[in-house]
Design a protein around this ligand. Structure first.
Ligand code: FPP
Length: 235
């Protein structure tokens, strides 16, 4: 089997990485963001075309205020500082999740980055922010219900394709491989609809230590799996 077209990653273990080094948790997030920049380049060089990462979940708001503020600042800086690099690498960046729950200036920076990179044909990089799989499906159901109420859609016309078209990931292929770092073996509300047939790969490596070799290991395991698509249509 060949290199996965779409890899999704649950970036986990930043806090434990920092703790093990006697550093504040925030240092783990800073290093995690650096790791992510490098992995975007490595993934594309390995032949991966789509990468979708879980940066901030709908549940992450319950973290201490100072940590939430720090993560938002990191995301703000990323949106502002990565336009140039994204252009240089021909990377198309898109944010998934409920953007209405984000600060206005962050939403503006996201829009600028998305618009500036929308026609790039290199790596398609999706960042999940204020994202929850159940919340995404709920928002899609509301949109479909609105269409039914407006008389432009019949309930019996709702099929998998119509649902997928209302998700934040509309137009993207489903992930082939879902990686979670740091030893946890849960999906934690990530891409619940899209990852239905994804191969799962768990590693004990903390996210800040995840590198090209670790990604190559995950891809190698994926390539050895006997992948059955079930009812999924191959693109
Ligand atoms: C999980 O580690 C990680 C997060 C909640 C944040 C992930 C964010 C980044 C890697 C950086 C920001 C992203 C971009 C796009 C700039 P954890 O804090 O839950 O670690 P722990 O389980 O060891 O406590």
């Amino acid at each position: 089997m060949s290199v996965p077209n779409h890899v999704a990653i649950i970036l986990d273990g930043n806090g434990r990485w920092a703790k093990a080094k006697g550093l504040p948790r925030t240092a783990g997030h800073v290093q995690g963001a650096k790791t992510l920049e490098q992995i975007c380049e490595d993934a594309y060089h390995m032949g991966i075309n789509y990468l979708t990462v879980y940066a901030f979940s709908t549940e992450n708001w319950t973290r201490p205020d100072s940590e939430v503020a720090m993560l938002m600042e990191l995301l703000r800086n990323y949106m502002k500082n990565s336009i140039k690099r994204a252009q240089k690498n021909n990377m198309c960046v898109r944010v998934i999740g409920d953007k209405s729950g984000l600060a206005e200036d962050l939403r503006t920076s996201i829009e600028k980055l998305e618009q500036a990179t929308q026609y790039n044909t290199g790596l398609h990089f999706q960042i999940a922010i204020n994202y929850g799989g159940r919340d995404e499906i709920r928002r899609a159901v509301v949109k479909l219900a609105d269409k039914v109420a407006a008389g432009v859609l019949k309930p019996e016309e709702i099929d998998d394709k119509k649902i997928a078209a209302e998700l934040d990931t509309a137009g993207l292929p489903d992930p082939d491989l879902l990686i979670r770092t740091s030893g946890e073996q849960r999906i934690s509300n990530y891409l619940l609809w899209q990852a239905s047939y994804a191969e799962l790969y768990f590693t004990s490596v903390f996210w800040p230590d995840f590198d090209k070799n670790e990604l190559a290991k995950a891809v190698e395991v994926y390539e050895k799996r006997d992948r059955r698509y079930g009812l999924v249509e191959e693109e």
